[in-house]
Write a protein that binds this ligand. Sequence first.
Ligand SMILES: [Zn+2]
Length: 156
Amino acid sequence: MMHYSEQEWMKYVKNELDKDVREDYENHLYSCDQCLESYLMAVEAEEDELPIISNGADFTDLVMAQIADVKMEIAQKPQTGQKKKSIYQSAFFHYSIAAAVTILLMTTGVFQSITQYAENVQNPNLQEEPSMTQGLVDKTFAWMDSLEMKNKEAGR
Ligand SMILES: [Zn+2]
């Protein structure tokens, strides 16, 4: 499998890639933990230009404010085809995802199980590539399974 370097992920984070290339990156990201790590590193390297999180409550407010802004933008210009900047292209969006993923991985320690799970679901006989959404759903289920197992163990 071909992987993207941290420098390449940096370009992705900075939104310096063409739309088609971006999609390739995103598709790969959903199926590759190694590149997810590189992506997180790239986001971390970009951190200086991004908002600083001093505490959880502030962060939540910041996210809610961001969502409200986007909603307002959509409500105000329902007919405009081209938006100035979609939420997916904003650095804040990347940072939010990276923060969420990092917290999840740190608190649950499921990185290993995700890798194993991904190996299990990669069926060479499969005709079609799983869709981006399917990949995300699979990962979410893997996390949930692992969390459930941990809870059961803790309950004993
Ligand atoms: Zn990769």
